[in-house]
Design a binder for this molecule. Sequence first.
Ligand SMILES: C[S@@+](CC[C@H](N)C(=O)[O-])C[C@H]1O[C@@H](n2cnc3c(N)ncnc32)[C@H](O)[C@@H]1O
Length: 279
Amino acid sequence: MNSFMSWVGGKKSLRDKLLIRFPLEYGRYIEAFGGAGWLLFHKPPESFEVFNDMNSNLVNLYRCVREDPRKLIYRLKYMINARDDFCCIVEQHRRGLFARFRDYDRAAKFYYLIQFSYGHKTDQYCCRPVAMWKKFPLIERAAARLQSVAIENRDFESLIKLYDRPDSFFYCDPPYYATEDFYKDVDFTREDHIRLRNTLLECEGKFLVSYNDCPEIRELWNVPGIYIESVTRLNNLAQRYESGAEYHEVFISNYDTSERRNADRQLSLLDDGEEGIYL
Ligand SMILES: C[S@@+](CC[C@H](N)C(=O)[O-])C[C@H]1O[C@@H](n2cnc3c(N)ncnc32)[C@H](O)[C@@H]1O
């Protein structure tokens, strides 16, 4: 299923490539940099799932969606797509006033900023018609999906240490190198890339990290026992100027990400064999 929101750096177009690289077996799924949760919403539900993000406005939105989506929808119905209203809410956000609002008012204002801002960056008015009501069924579906998901609001390091077990699997999608300041409400620094690497290298469980492909990240992760795989996807923004333009990314893991694909291949070979006997 789709996420109920757009988000800077959302992994909508990489979700299939990521899912097929999950470990064959694990007991706990933990998404450390949740954002719009494109992977969480795409994957089949499992008994132990954790969604985390450091952004407290975002996490409050998720909690409100999960607890009572109709309360949120009720508020969104009465919010108008108008520059003055948008600028007023941006100002409240900029001055750090959101934390003073009641949970559902805060969630509605934050969702409004995401929906009506240019590039979903929450700061500039997008100047186009947006049918908020089209999102309501998605919000209801997301609420159903989130019922058994633990929602955390922690820094990645404390989260990873808290949930680390030999059967844990962490999917980490941090702010990309040199785009750290794209994310409002949180303060991810260049040093945090090193902190993330060190935290993951110490953990007992498995991890998969997605990053932009750049020399700094390749050098940082040039560590024995670590797999780095290049992947490409169409660059949606650049398509207007250069059709077929690609964006280069890397998947970094501490296990062989081909194990699931190999197992699927073996199964399909077995299937072919059985058909052969019948024919
Ligand atoms: C690339 S986005 C994740 C996108 C997500 N995978 C998706 O599909 O929408 C990175 C996220 O990391 C969060 N973040 C930034 N610093 C963090 C920290 N120290 N700990 C946990 N999350 C953090 C940001 O708020 C942002 O939502």
